[in-house]
Design a protein around this ligand. Structure first.
Ligand code: SF4
Length: 331
């Protein structure tokens, strides 16, 4: 029977292959591991939960939206190609994992970071910045690359045998594929694509929301779907592009006013930012109508405020090129 090592660790778990490997590898070496996924409006937990389940990993999910939104206003190390503050984001996650050590009875923190794998956050100097900013740098072990990194407390104290750690580096995936096979990991997602902050259109919509002082976990949650329009400094319209958008918006927009074409399937419109005056309401209804190919040039649009009387507005389509003045999206 395998001996359980006396010191356990919290694992930053993203749901990607590297984080699955690190959890399985450390469990295989006899460490008790507490994998944690830190959730934000731009990084929801469903994918991580799915791949944790497929791999028999018991995952703890913690919502860190407020702390992350605070950090994203002025990240010390700035942004990557889009609105992704990856160095500060990793540092915050390590810091919050550090806050959980006592609660879980764990001694150190591990992650699947690999030296030189990501251009912004996994260069060697970036890993050092992450460690330093987190305030818990001496408790961090990166098992996939630890042989290439400075020893931290768990190694100096002999909680971990450095010889059992690895020396992976660079962007190649072959070593990880071999490890996955060796560890019996068959279910893992393709690399990238998890965090919406790396998406150009999403980043633009988020920056616009922050500029208007309307950023909070709820409004940011609505940025994932549809085309976005700014109708006034307060009022925004979101129009679903597909059935998936309409369903996502319908579920998430719990506080907003809805617009839909009467007696016809078509895009769902969501108005946020308060009660619009009549001219803005008519523009919003016209925009919703304009995105229905099947609807006639003039039609009835249903206006359903959250608290208030439903109204029917007769409006006409606006040529799509005239909508650019309101659009926030990159198409
Ligand atoms: S991609 Fe997103 S979740 Fe990942 S480190 Fe960067 S900001 Fe954080």
């Amino acid at each position: 029977m395998k001996t359980i090592k006396p010191h356990s660790a919290i694992a930053l778990f993203s749901g990607g292959l590297d984080s699955i490997i690190v959890v399985k590898m450390m469990q295989g070496l006899g460490y008790e591991i507490f994998p944690v996924f830190f959730s934000t409006p731009y990084l929801p937990p469903h994918k991580a939960l799915e791949y944790a389940k497929l791999n028999g990993i018991n995952l703890l999910v913690r919502d860190i939206s407020e702390a992350h939104l605070q950090m994203i206003k002025s990240p010390r190390y700035g942004f990557g190609k889009n609105h992704n503050p990856c160095i500060d984001c990793h540092a915050l996650m390590f810091q919050l994992a550090g806050d959980m050590l006592q609660e879980l009875g764990a001694s150190f923190i591990i992650s699947g970071e690999v030296v030189g794998q990501r251009p912004m956050s996994q260069r060697r100097d970036a890993l050092n910045s992450v460690s330093k900013t987190s305030g818990v740098g001496d408790l961090i072990v990166r098992p996939l690359s630890q042989k290439l990194l400075a020893d931290t407390l768990p190694i100096r104290e002999g909680w971990i045998n450095k010889d059992e750690m690895l020396d992976l580096q660079g962007r190649g995936r072959n070593a990880q594929m071999e490890l996955a096979t060796k560890l019996g990991i068959t279910d893992y997602p393709s690399p990238g694509g998890g965090c919406l902050l790396t998406d150009a259109g999403y980043s633009l919509r988020l920056r616009e929301l922050i500029q208007h002082g309307q950023d909070n976990p709820h409004t940011i949650g609505l940025l994932r779907w549809g085309r976005h329009f700014r109708l006034s400094p307060q009022i925004k319209l979101i129009v679903g592009r597909s059935e998936a958008d309409n369903n996502g918006l319908s579920q998430a927009a719990t506080d907003e006013t809805r617009l839909s074409i009467k007696d016809m399937r078509g895009p769902l419109g969501i108005l946020s930012g308060g009660n619009p005056d009549e001219p803005i309401l008519r523009i919003a209804a016209s925009i919703v109508l304009s995105y229905s190919r099947k609807a006639p040039a003039t039609a009835a649009v249903r206006y359903q405020p959250k608290d208030g009387m439903e109204q029917i507005l007769m409006v006409s389509k606006i040529p799509l090129e005239n909508l650019n003045q309101y659009k926030i999206n990159i198409e």
